[in-house]
Design a protein around this ligand. Structure first.
Ligand code: FBP
Ligand code: MG
Ligand code: MG
Length: 329
């Protein structure tokens, strides 16, 4: 595998199981490439960022582009060896072909509140083995350790994909001339230690005391208990924050807070938490709900939320120690 190689030559193959996985990844990458083109046309595509209806299944405001993106992924997966698909934009699991070997969870458009302001949005996917003699929902609710592959795509100045098929994480970039994703960096690692954190600090008054103490100590910089100057970011796009953490380290938090509806944070375990946690661990980072490893969690339902903390190992561990009270506040 060398820099510049097209995605299809970088995927495992040779037996039925790995061939099915490769076909499914390529179908998802094809849909992401189409979506990237659409997103890059911005307002020329009309009011794709406009809010529509009452909100999607996960309860947030749905935008026209959310629906277009969802449709693109479903059309691409119709020709892939996929038994069932769970999407942020649909209430239940959609069964495509009961005999097919794989199941796919997708957040077709992540960070969609960024569309109007021309800031990065993207897509998230997770691939598992399909249910055998069990309800179609079963693979989606199972612990994230069962994922076969996961990826995020960011539609930024470049369209980039972080992909893991369970043997590290590779970075692929969309080559617009050929329409194919190409390998840009193999075996991307999340730096173990870093100083950048991302959290929506406007919610601070709703946080639990341990989290406030950690935040306060970050702001105190090198003179405070953490003895380090920190830097803050909030792009309001999980995929973009993930990409930053994979390139220069850091931590992202969407914690539980006391606002109504945020008792378990904001993000969705099945199609946001689990795939990002899979990528993070594959790159040497950590992903928790503040206390427990995300990949060990079972979901009670498809659109269940989970508090989410992920990124550089040392930073996630430090936050865990504040939340568990093992560190003086
Ligand atoms: O608007 P807030 O509360 O800061 O939340 C932003 C977070 O919500 C999300 O946009 C949720 O994703 P969706 O856009 O798919 O609903 C994350 O990407 C982002 O980190
Ligand atoms: Mg999302
Ligand atoms: Mg979304």
């Amino acid at each position: 595998m060398r820099v510049g190689d097209p995605l299809d030559t970088c995927l495992p193959g040779g037996d039925a199981a790995t061939d099915a996985l490769a076909r499914t990844v390529l179908a998802l990458a094809g849909a992401a490439a189409e979506l990237s083109h659409l997103v890059s046309r911005g307002a020329l595509e009309g009011a794709l960022g406009a809010e529509i209806g009452e909100g999607h299944e996960a309860g947030d405001a749905q935008r026209a582009l959310d629906v277009v993106a969802d449709d693109l992924f479903f059309r691409a997966l119709a020709d892939a060896p996929v038994a069932a698909v769970a999407s942020e934009e649909r209430e239940g699991v959609v069964v495509l072909d009961e005999r097919a070997p794989l199941a796919v969870a997708v957040d077709p458009l992540d960070g969609s509140s960024n569309i109007d302001i021309n800031a990065p949005v993207g897509a998230i996917f997770s691939i598992m083995d399909a249910a055998r003699d069990a309800p179609a929902e079963a693979p989606f609710l199972a612990p994230g350790t069962r994922q076969r592959a996961a990826g995020i795509v960011v539609f930024g100045p470049a369209t980039t994909m972080l992909l893991s098929v369970g043997r590290g994480v590779d970075l692929h970039v969309l080559d617009r001339a050929s329409g194919a994703f190409r390998l840009a960096r193999a075996d991307v690692r999340v730096p173990v230690s870093a100083k950048e954190f991302a959290i929506n600090a406007s919610n601070r008054r709703h946080w639990e005391p341990g989290l406030e103490a950690w935040f306060e100590h970050c702001l105190a910089g090198r003179d405070g208990p953490l003895a380090r100057d920190h830097n803050m970011r909030w792009i309001a796009s999980l995929v973009a924050e993930t990409f930053r953490i994979f390139t220069r380290g850091g931590v992202y938090l969407y914690p539980a807070d006391q606002r109504k509806g945020y008792e378990r944070g904001r993000l969705r375990l099945v199609y946001e938490g689990k795939p990002v946690a899979f990528l993070t661990e594959q790159a040497g980072g950590l992903a928790t709900d503040g206390r427990r490893r995300i990949l060990d969690l079972e979901a009670g339902s498809l659109h269940e939320r989970c508090p989410f903390v992920f990124g550089s190992r040392e930073m996630v561990e430090t936050i865990g120690s504040y939340l568990s009270g093992s560190r003086p506040g």
